[in-house]
Design a protein around this ligand. Structure first.
Ligand SMILES: CSCCC(=O)C(=O)COP(=O)(O)O
Ligand SMILES: [Mg+2]
Length: 257
């Protein structure tokens, strides 16, 4: 990493593909925690009760039951009550568990479609993603939010529909974001050697997992995006040798970019 004035710059080899995180990277933590999560939390009980005859929702409830360790044989009313309790507990603790992330995506769809929600994007992220795309670098998303939720966030963004920029999307169904094996699977699906792929994230444990899989990595630490309630994981950046930048403009691929 070099420093231009006071501003750290990550000078790295031009990648063949870039995989980006969303929360804290392309988009603000505050938007996810103060707008998206409360929207889903407020609507989840009604959403489940209104969609109990939908096979997808029934499958999701069964997945919640399994992941929460609830018994198979329960009266339906008791099962729903226990599943909702598990779901609210996961939301409270921000557990990145697939059935919850899928349900949140289903609920957010209503908010995006009515115009109540607009996906927050940092202007620097949008500008650079457009430039990299125009430069022939393939772009992918890897977020704990479900693939459907990712498409909504970029499709209904404050900058319009950004989905044409992306070649593909990955969520927790490919594996957890703190596991190196997930990045190896992503590299296989992207069809590039891991050392030709750049992963962008704000979470050091995710960066280390990607680095262990031989990805190039840049950490985002956005000075304006630090709500006290979700900040502790970011404090160990100082112990890392991974490039840390404040925004996408500070990611430099040299002459070819
Ligand atoms: C797909 S937008 C909602 C983001 C979300 O639900 C989440 O848990 C954030 O996870 P990320 O991996 O993007 O930090
Ligand atoms: Mg993140």
């Amino acid at each position: 990493m070099s420093v231009s004035g006071e501003r750290p710059v990550a000078r790295i080899t031009r990648p063949a593909a870039i995989v980006t995180d969303i929360e804290g990277t392309t988009s603000s933590i505050a938007f996810v925690h103060e707008t998206l999560f409360p929207f889903a939390e407020a609507a989840i009980d009604d959403y489940i009760m209104a969609n109990l005859d939908e096979p997808d929702v029934l499958d999701l409830l069964d997945d919640v039951r399994i992941k929460a360790g609830l018994p198979r044989k329960q009266a339906i009313t008791e099962l729903i009550e226990d599943c909702l309790e598990a779901l609210h507990g996961w939301m409270e603790a921000d557990v990145k568990i697939t059935p919850l992330k899928t349900l949140q995506g289903l609920i957010w769809r209503q908010g995006y479609e009515t115009g109540e929600l607009r996906g927050h994007m940092y202007p620097d992220a949008v500008k650079q993603l457009k430039a990299w795309h125009a430069d022939g670098i393939e772009l992918y998303v890897y977020s704990s939010g479900s693939i459907a939720a990712q498409k909504l966030m970029f499709g209904y963004s404050q900058f319009g529909d950004l989905t044409p920029l992306f070649t593909g999307y990955f969520d927790t169904t490919i594996g957890g974001k703190r596991e190196a094996s997930s990045y190896r699977r992503i590299a296989e699906q992207v069809g590039q050697p891991p050392d030709q792929i750049l992963f962008l994230t704000d979470i050091i444990e995710e960066a280390e997992a990607a680095e262990a899989a031989d990805f190039m990595v840049v950490l985002l630490r956005r000075p304006t995006d630090a709500p006290a309630t979700v900040e502790p994981e970011r404090d160990n950046f100082a112990d890392s040798d991974i490039d840390v930048v404040e925004d996408f403009h500070a990611i430099d691929f040299g002459e070819q970019a």
